[in-house]
Design a protein around this ligand. Sequence first.
Ligand code: SAM
Length: 271
Amino acid sequence: MPRGIDRSYHKAKWGQHFLIDDHIIERIVSYADITPTETILEIGGGTGNLTRKLAQLCYRLVVIEADRQLALKLCSIPGIDVLHGDALRVEFPPFDKTVSNLPYQISSEVTFKLLNHPFTCGVLMYQKEFAERMVAAPGTKDYSRLTVCLSYKSKVKVLARVPKTAFNPRPAVDSVIVRLVPTKPRFYVLNDIFFHRFVRALFTQRRKTLRAALMVTAQLLNVQAMDELIAKIPQHCLARRPYEFSPEEIATLSNDSFELHEVQKGSVQEQ
Ligand code: SAM
């Protein structure tokens, strides 16, 4: 096998497909546009193919790796900090950018975890289908809860497709490199936690009419009097499907539902 990668290192549960194409590694690094003062966070260092390049360019490189054997090997790369553990549990250090060929099984959770931290830019590898959901337009089959929640506080751009031949062992799925840039809120949301719960509930009914989807959402989120909100929505909107609404429109529905929820809470407390 190329680059002395021992087959025994391939652990499917950890999504271990190591980048072996130098051109792709160079491209990822150049997209990140790293300056010598920056701290970089890499999630899933693996055998260190990307890690070694990053280490040459930045002020500090912190690598999180779940596989103990690989984490130990990464420690031999001079000048980097290796954190052995699950990226979903390990506390992230402060960082400027993240550059990672992510373990695909944690794509969604780790992306939202990253977005809870301040950073300027992420250059991240995802499974192609996942990235398509990140950037989908309303009304398309890939438009999802992920698209809506990401569009609230970030901008996502697909930069390049990466063939399966760039990895060893070869994965079954195609991959893409994505730029993820955190932003200020791009539309008005009254309550972040409620918004995320609302979007999740609404998209369980993505192909139902808005009227039906709002009724189910009301049950799931314990919002009484949803019929009051429905009565204010024009008929032609109620006949549309949740996946046809823009993130801004969904935020407005969430805000109106949140207000109902708060009024209801207030009236319970008054009693
Ligand atoms: N960066 C390397 C490369 O490009 O060749 C490896 C990328 S490989 C797709 C993903 C890496 O993430 C593997 O080394 C795997 O052991 C590690 N990993 C898997 N799940 C993880 C988790 N929850 N937290 C941290 N690392 C994880």
